[in-house]
Design a protein around this ligand. Sequence first.
Ligand SMILES: Nc1ncnc2c1ncn2[C@@H]1O[C@H](COP(=O)(O)OP(=O)(O)OP(=O)(O)O)[C@@H](O)[C@H]1O
Ligand SMILES: [Mg+2]
Length: 258
Amino acid sequence: MAETAISIAPAGALAHSPVTGNASAPLLRVKALQINYGESQVLRDVNLELHPGTITALMGRNGVGKTTLLKAIMGLLPARKGEVAFQGKNLNGLPPEKRARAGIAYVPQGREIFPKLTIEENLLLGLEARPERLKKIPEDEVFGLFPFLAGMRKRLGGNLSGGQQQQLAIARALLGKPKVLLLDEPTEGIQPSIIDDIEKVLFGLKAKGDIAVLLVEQYLDFARRLGDRYYIMERGTMVQSGRTSELTEESVKKHLAF
Ligand SMILES: Nc1ncnc2c1ncn2[C@@H]1O[C@H](COP(=O)(O)OP(=O)(O)OP(=O)(O)O)[C@@H](O)[C@H]1O
Ligand SMILES: [Mg+2]
């Protein structure tokens, strides 16, 4: 059977690649972004588009710059060149808390919940980014997605298993009612049953149609099941993008296999 062609375009050309089946304007657009750590250039000429109601998988081997891109979108690292635009507005210079209030949520790699705070306190922090002021946890919203949290409100975050902490981190991010959700390797080091639960929640989010998810993922099957589109990074730049259904084994071997 003939392999489906995947364009290996120069990074600059990816910005113009059509997002087939998605006529809407992108909710978030990264254009020709360059990020440095000191003198070392870690991202160069990175382009990416995220659309509501879709999950975009960002893949690539260790150290290629996936986390750096998420941090840059969140405003945790300044752009040396290029821009991050959200709803058509350039966000350059806007601090992370303002980006959070604008509707961008970030679940970092390794989850980073507050271990010494209770689950309830961790969740309350998620309300800070919410557009309307809310002092109480909207229980149906959170516990509908993650029922196990309901009975554990007073437990310390640090006492949860790694997988439960990941779910707590996702729940906290969703309490801000984000329009863009950035997830950095949510399945890393997590037991299969919890990966299944997280997958269901992400499918549910996608079905709602209003959130754009950027999923950094090295677990290929998970990325393939959930992702509508994918981008592959190598050494700080995008080398491929396309529909996840068209990702070939050849590409996987070339860019993703260890
Ligand atoms: N704070 C930092 N200071 C200097 N260099 C850094 C810093 N953080 C990351 N780097 C370097 O930047 C590059 C990209 O790192 P990044 O964490 O974005 O990669 P990644 O694709 O998320 O990797 P992984 O799959 O291991 O999570 C790597 O070479 C890394 O060593
Ligand atoms: Mg990373």
